[in-house]
Design a binder for this molecule. Structure first.
Ligand code: ATP
Ligand code: MG
Length: 487
């Protein structure tokens, strides 16, 4: 039920109660007034007449006394006068008659109820009484009319007040509250426009004004937030791209070495063909070797370009084993140069998760490059993959993991909590920018996952990327403090 209807009902109930009580009291007052007026009349007539009848009876006899009553009856049309024996009275009635010299009571008449007052005719033989009676029908009809009038008046008053309360309530409360509710709904849906126009000098008008001011402030805050988020995304994107280009530089030096061998082969075979040192079947074979070398170089260059190129963020189901294998291929030259073994233990089973392939490969590359830099020649790096159920943001989630385990120098306990900080590096100037892990952390968080770290000085390090198999809905990823991801 609406507020205005409730108020109107309450108002109507209150009006009915007040008017009803007033009506009942008024009718009772009138009944009492009628009774006392009637008794007063009876006693005024009967008191005098009873004394006169008693005196006449004593001096002139009964017949004269009755004639006197008849004479009085002719003059008093409204009441009935009668001389008769004392009726049977109860003790209280007899006492009243004795004390007050009169007794009034209501009796059942032939047609109707009667109000009767008895007066003793003192000194007359047989102790007769003078009875004055009048029917109550007229009085009761008047009271009934009065009750009906009171009811009609109360109903009309309450109806008019209720109607007024309804109209005023709708205009003063219902309409502005409806506008406020619609505005609140729009605000809830993120629409801060369309200011409220409640031109009132009352509480609801003030509330409307405050709501408009609040919407203006929210709109400003939303704009500032959107701009800040956009700037943050831009900065993050630039950071990731810079990091990718840095890694590309590292890879390029290794790849230059990788390209050297096929290039030499191509040059040597082409020279042999050009000088006609080989002919016929041998020339064809040399051309095939040149073709194979060119294909290998094209693959290497495409991988490098793929890695460096900016790509729009989009997740798709991806076999992480393939992604890890490709990363190993890219970094194998770097590892060989350092003299470390880079090994992928995938168990040949596919581990599928929804990822943005480019950034996820970048994150894995950053971990593996760190390991290559941390191990001594002759050391080992192992990449492992698998599935695990993990509590992410308080919910048990089916996850895939990518683990990079090395037996390198390890990390001091007091440094572990800092490795994900942007620009934290322990490498000499020019060798490390301290962005690799920060960027990897950002990428993994964007996938709704975490990176665990286990490390001890001299005992190697293990970095584990854990990501949900199903990518989170865009915008649902919550940022956690970096420390919370350390194992
Ligand atoms: N596998 C690891 N073994 C030992 N220390 C590590 C390992 N991975 C990271 N670290 C430590 O964490 C620091 C930060 O790593 P991060 O990749 O963020 O930066 P960086 O490698 O120093 O520089 P960049 O990656 O930008 O070239 C490193 O300087 C190193 O001290
Ligand atoms: Mg690094």
């Amino acid at each position: 039920m609406r507020l205005v209807q409730k108020l109107t009902l309450a108002f109507l109930a209150g009006s009915f109660a007040v008017l009803g009580v007033n009506g009942v009291l008024r009718v009772r007052r009138e009944i009492r007034f009628f009774e006392s007026a009637a008794v007063r009349d009876h006693r005024a007539i009967g008191g005098t007449l009873a004394v006169a009848v008693a005196a006449t009876w004593r001096t002139e006899g009964e017949a004269r006394a009755r004639a006197l009553i008849d004479e009085a009856q002719r003059r008093q049309g409204r009441v009935q006068l009668r001389l008769g024996p004392l009726p049977t009275l109860d003790a209280a009635g007899a006492a009243t008659l004795a004390q007050e010299g009169a007794l009034t009571r209501v009796e059942q008449g032939a047609k109707d109820d009667l109000r009767v007052t008895y007066f003793p005719v003192l000194g007359a033989p047989g102790r007769p009484v003078l009875a004055i009676s009048e029917p109550l029908a007229e009085e009761r009809a008047y009271i009934r009319r009065n009750v009906v009038d009171t009811l009609l008046l109360s109903g009309a008053l309450a109806g008019i007040s209720g109607l007024l309360a309804m109209l005023l309530g709708t205009w003063l409360i219902g309409w502005p509250v409806q506008r406020l509710v619609e505005k609140a709904r729009r605000v809830g849906a993120g629409d801060f426009g369309g200011p409220l126009a409640i031109m009132r000098d009352d509480e609801l008008g003030t509330l409307g004004g405050e709501m408009n001011a609040m919407c203006d402030r929210l709109s400003d805050a939303q704009r500032a937030l959107a701009e800040a988020a956009e700037a943050r995304v831009r900065a993050l994107e630039q950071l990731r791209h810079a990091d990718r280009l840095g890694t590309v530089g590292t890879l390029a030096s290794g790849i230059a070495h990788e390209l050297g061998t096929p290039l030499n082969v191509v040059a040597a075979r082409a020279e042999m063909i050009a000088r006609r040192e080989v002919e016929g079947g041998e020339a064809v074979q040399s051309a095939q070797v040149i073709e194979q070398s060119a294909a290998r170089m094209t693959t290497i260059l495409r991988q490098l370009l793929d890695f460096a190129r900016r790509r729009p963020a989009e997740t798709q189901p991806c076999d992480l084993v393939g992604l890890a294998r490709e990363t190993c291929g890219l970094l194998s030259t770097l590892a060989e140069k350092k003299g470390v073994a880079l090994e992928l233990t995938d168990g040949n089973a596919s581990v599928v998760a929804e990822v943005d392939v480019g950034p996820m490969q970048q994150a894995l590359t950053n971990l593996v490059v760190n390991s290559i830099q941390a191990v001594n020649p002759g050391g080992n790096i192992r990449i492992e993959l698998g599935r695990v159920t993990r509590a992410i943001d308080g919910t048990a989630t089916h996850c895939a993991f990518l683990r990079v385990r090395d037996d390198g120098e390890g990390i001091e306990p007091e440094r572990i909590s800092r490795v994900f900080e942007p620009f934290f590096t322990t490498k000499p100037v020019g060798e490390g920018t301290g962005l690799g892990l920060a960027v990897a952390y950002g990428i993994v968080r964007d996938h709704g996952g975490v990176i665990d770290v286990e490390s001890a000085p001299g005992r190697g390090s293990t970095f584990t990327i854990v990501i949900p198999e199903r990518a989170p809905e865009p915008g649902t990823v919550t940022r956690q403090p970096m420390e919370s991801s350390f194992a």
